[in-house]
Design a protein around this ligand. Structure first.
Ligand code: GLY
Ligand code: MN
Ligand code: MN
Length: 452
């Protein structure tokens, strides 16, 4: 019994791991490695791919920095980037894991480092066996000890630490080179998207818009939150996404006031609203969208009032955006001109809670975050948003006392002219538009029922 379920697990993982992704041209990844090399200032980086999870049903997802630098979506590899230090030239090597012919019966054939096509297929100058990695570093250390005085890598990974220890051993030293965080070097590179990345982010957003539209048609009193999450996931997959870019949030009634509610275990009730924060990942690039709807297709006066406040706050933030100046993710309002502060001030100026107090205090999270290979791409939010960046604007008001939460979220791109482009603008958000979509699905459902 155990053997059969183990085999089934491995087969399922093979299907998900083997799924082809849209790869950018190899030059795009090489350009990123060259940028990284500029930052290494004569030093080296070793970046490990994510491992295949073997004994659970978590689908394989590549390490974000490794994927950004290689576009290689297989487990067990490692990338070495040696920056030039005259007379030593730039060098890059992709190390592939030793093939396991038995496991390949389950996971499919893997690329052999000795395949003469390996450099062309991977787009990396040299491809070698991962077993050669310590030896290559040892040779480099002998030629130029300063190159490996520290290594940019993943300090949290046991194998990265083991490599540094083993390298020291091969050099007859008991002091391992310190590992610095590769993420500190890739963060500013990843923040500014190239044209190919924008195309993938657009594909993720287009698919997510379609999924949200399908979702709007599935919402009605009595619908289960989990069923609606399933509708979203089905549409995302149909539109070419490999998975949702985060656990879908479908929160109706009181659940609409929990920011990251993803239990999705409730049943939608007539008269409530539902917050649906759900989007997809297309070839490793995310989108992020939230819409809020009345479960029965008609906002009450108070729901409409709060909805319009959130929509107005989003509009105020969009209108106030200045590339190179505006900051986001400033929930404590340190910066009076951050988009958070703009939205917060708008809410306070235009709305009140049931006790007559300004409503801004119910906007309890940051207004947005960068989006990319991670739905929350890393960024230093003390810095402003610049050209080439992709980020969300997602104000929300959460009123537990009224069982009423409203969040509206779209994903934006700042183009090279500094113009803010809404990647998810095809998804309606005016309250009348949302109601109309829901009414259209109501009437098509009752037409289908009476035809039966
Ligand atoms: N979907 C998570 C977020 O909006 O940040
Ligand atoms: Mn978000
Ligand atoms: Mn979201």
């Amino acid at each position: 019994m155990f053997r059969r379920s183990l085999a089934l697990c491995v087969l399922l993982l093979a299907c998900t791991a083997g799924q082809a992704l849209d790869r950018q041209p190899s030059e795009a990844y090489r350009a990123r490695r060259l940028h990284l090399a500029d930052e290494l200032k004569g030093g080296v980086a070793v970046v490990f791919a994510a491992e295949q999870p073997l004994l659970d049903l978590t689908p394989y997802r590549q390490d974000e920095d490794f994927y950004y630098l290689t576009g290689w979506n297989q487990p067990g590899a490692a990338l070495l980037v040696e920056s030039a230090q005259s007379p030593r030239p730039y060098r890059e090597i992709l190390f592939l894991p030793t093939r396991n012919r038995h496991l390949e019966l389950y996971t499919g054939v893997k690329l052999d480092a000795s395949d003469p096509n390996a450099p062309r297929l991977t787009g990396v100058d040299e491809v070698r066996q991962v077993t050669e990695l310590p030896g290559v570093l040892n040779e480099l250390a002998q030629k130029d000890p300063s190159a490996v005085r520290e290594i940019a890598s993943q300090p949290d990974l046991a194998k990265a630490r083991a490599l540094a220890t083993w390298l020291a051993t091969t050099l007859g030293s008991d002091r391992a080179a310190p590992l610095t965080d590769i993420g500190a070097l890739t963060m500013p590179l990843r923040a500014k998207k190239d044209a190919g990345e924008i195309a993938l982010l657009r594909a993720a957003s287009n698919a997510s818009v379609q999924a949200q539209l399908a979702m709007m048609k599935a919402v009605h009193p009595g619908a289960k939150e989990r069923t609606v999450a399933g509708v979203l996931i089905e549409k995302l997959m149909e539109e070419g996404c490999e998975r949702p870019s985060y656990a879908p949030i479908v929160g109706s009634g009181a659940n609409s006031t929990s920011l990251h509610y993803s239990d999705n275990s409730g049943t939608m009730q007539d008269g409530d609203v539902v917050v649906v924060d759900a989007a997809g990942e297309y070839s490793m690039y995310a989108s992020d969208i939230t819409r809020t709807m009345p479960v029965n297709g008609h906002f009450t006066a108070r729901q409409r009032e709060v909805y319009n406040l959130v929509l107005g706050a989003q509009r105020a933030a969009i209108d106030a955006f200045v590339p190179g100046k505006s900051r986001i993710n400033d929930p404590r309002h340190k910066y009076p001109d951050s988009l958070d502060s703009i939205a917060f001030d708008y809410m306070n100026a235009h709305g009140k809670d049931l006790h007559g107090a300004p409503i801004g205090k119910y906007f309890i999270h940051g207004i947005g975050h960068l989006v990319g290979i991670d739905v929350h791409d890393p960024w230093d939010y003390s810095k402003p948003i610049e050209d080439g960046m992709v980020f969300t604007i997602e104000p929300g008001i959460y009123l537990p006392e009224e069982k009423l939460g409203v969040r509206i979220e779209d994903t934006f791109y700042v183009n090279n002219d500094g113009k803010l482009i809404d990647l998810t603008e095809a998804l309606p958000k005016l309250p009348e538009e949302v109601e109309k979509i829901m009414r259209a699905s109501e009437s098509s459902q009752s037409a289908a029922n009476s035809a039966r």
